[in-house]
Design a protein around this ligand. Structure first.
Ligand code: SF4
Length: 185
């Protein structure tokens, strides 16, 4: 069923944004993208991912909200002060998205995170539902993993920057040690 409701889409990077945006637009959602990812370390890496997203959003005429703060200390505290840093990471980003949606008067929010076959979908769903309960904004969950390869193809062909690790400094280390993050499927 088609809708024509506005939706704030939490976007982690340009490549994931491509197919997720397309699919939600097919459902009729009017997308505004939101970049809030203080989990991306270091700064330079965050800038590269943000730049790719800005260029993609601009090329498609998608409005983009950017959280310019980079609360690194707070983010490290959030990731350290838990048994499962990925759950805390999803929760932080989706809560911020739900709060931003409420501030903008947008009644739905979603995330590009669920396109990744490497992320645990249940953790994403739980974080989104919890943020929805707290904010009163509806969480639109979709399992977009079947479009992951398509997002790789589109981003490769467009010469878009594609990140070599999930985001935090721990995941940057773990790629060399071949360790799984606690949020990996
Ligand atoms: S591995 Fe990814 S999802 Fe997990 S805490 Fe790090 S950045 Fe967040």
């Amino acid at each position: 069923m088609k809708t024509s409701e506005p939706l704030l889409l939490h976007a982690c990077c340009g490549p994931c944004m491509t197919v997720v945006c397309e699919q939600l637009q097919k459902e009729g959602f009017e997308i505004t993208a939101f970049f809030y990812n203080p989990n991306i370390h270091p700064w330079k890496e965050r800038e590269r991912r943000l730049q790719a997203l800005v260029e993609y959003a601009y090329s498609k005429g998608i409005p983009l909200e950017i959280d310019d703060e980079y609360p690194l200390e707070e983010n490290i505290r959030i990731l350290m002060d838990t048994d499962n840093r990925c759950c805390a990471c999803f929760k932080d980003r989706l809560s911020a998205t739900a709060d931003k949606a409420r501030e903008l008067g947008i009644e739905n929010f979603s995330t590009t995170l669920s396109v990744s076959p490497y992320q645990n979908q249940s953790f994403i769903m739980e974080a989104g539902n919890a943020a929805s309960l707290e904010s009163g904004v509806r969480f639109i969950y979709r399992d977009f993993r079947e479009f992951y390869k398509e997002s790789m193809r589109i981003s490769r062909e467009a010469g878009m920057y594609r990140q070599p690790y999930c985001g935090c400094v721990f995941s940057e280390r773990d790629r060399y040690l071949r360790l799984k993050s606690p949020g990996q499927a």
